[in-house]
Design a protein around this ligand. Structure first.
Ligand code: SAM
Length: 243
């Protein structure tokens, strides 16, 4: 059976995130189910604004409640902010949080990232955090990377923070480390085990992550230059590249 048929549909993913806005609305903690969430928000905001210091516009793909765009606005404002997400409640929260922080245009788009038209040379910075793992086959990843490359202005940069997988032997090791981190969030014991199992179950159902270097290779194939890994810890990495 194809991967697509086994994993959650877009409607199922949207329905889950519609109910989860609070968890993505905290800049102090970031999304705690990911490792080094706060560090990676900081590193991506620093890197994006260092690489593209005269940015005037940002596209945040799978923006959730807008944490990453808010971190960029700490360093460069005003910015035109295009916020794209499947979930209307996420977009509403993102707009509510971002509006007081920029005099630029805010454009919320409720859409699947693959169906949306990003246009050509419209953006200086593109962000995609904890969201590309919803892409399925190679064609979907290649399509997304090509669309982002086309949408960036020359000198613009693309930044990703996401769940990743590893080649077979290392994958179990890295998952085990991630599992220990998740259980530790609930103080270990039965509650920790239950939380780890809960997160692993929705990852299995919903996500199709790819290895870090595979993604960087596909980004380069789409035309990106100067890829940089900002951080990697077990099953999570922050990285980016330039047009
Ligand atoms: C784990 S949250 C991350 C939110 C935000 N980027 C952050 O790092 O805090 C993933 C977001 O991606 C959105 N999403 C999932 N699949 C998507 C798709 N195919 N197109 C657009 N958005 C999608 C979800 O609705 C959700 O808001």
């Amino acid at each position: 059976m194809e991967l697509q048929a086994l994993k959650s549909t877009l409607d199922e993913i949207r329905a889950r995130f519609d109910k989860d806005v609070e968890r993505f609305s905290n800049l102090e903690t970031g999304q705690t189910a990911t490792m080094d969430a706060v560090l990676c928000m900081e590193l991506i905001a620093l890197a994006a604004t260092a690489v593209t210091p005269r940015a005037a516009s940002v596209l945040d793909i799978g923006c959730g409640a807008g944490n990453y765009t808010l971190k960029i606005l700490d360093r460069i404002s005003p910015l035109d902010c295009t916020l794209l997400d499947l979930s209307r409640p996420m977009l509403d929260r993102a707009v509510q949080r971002i509006r007081p922080r920029t005099t630029g245009r805010i454009t919320p788009i409720q859409s699947d990232m693959l169906s949306a038209d990003f246009g050509v040379e419209n953006f200086d910075i593109v962000l995609a955090t904890s969201t590309l793992h919803h892409l399925r086959d190679d064609l979907e990843w290649d399509t997304l990377f090509r669309k982002v490359h086309a949408a960036l202005r020359p000198g613009g940069s693309f930044w990703i923070f996401d769940l990743i997988i590893h080649e077979v032997a290392l994958d179990a090791l890295m998952r085990e480390r991630y599992g220990r981190y998740l259980a530790g969030l609930k103080g270990g014991g039965p509650e920790g085990d239950a939380y780890r199992n809960h997160v692993f179950a929705y990852i299995e159902q919903e996500d199709s992550p790819r290895p870090l270097l595979w993604q960087i290779g596909r980004m380069q194939a789409a035309g990106f230059k100067n890829p940089e890994i900002l951080h990697k810890n077990a099953c999570f990495a922050a990285f980016g590249a330039v047009k």
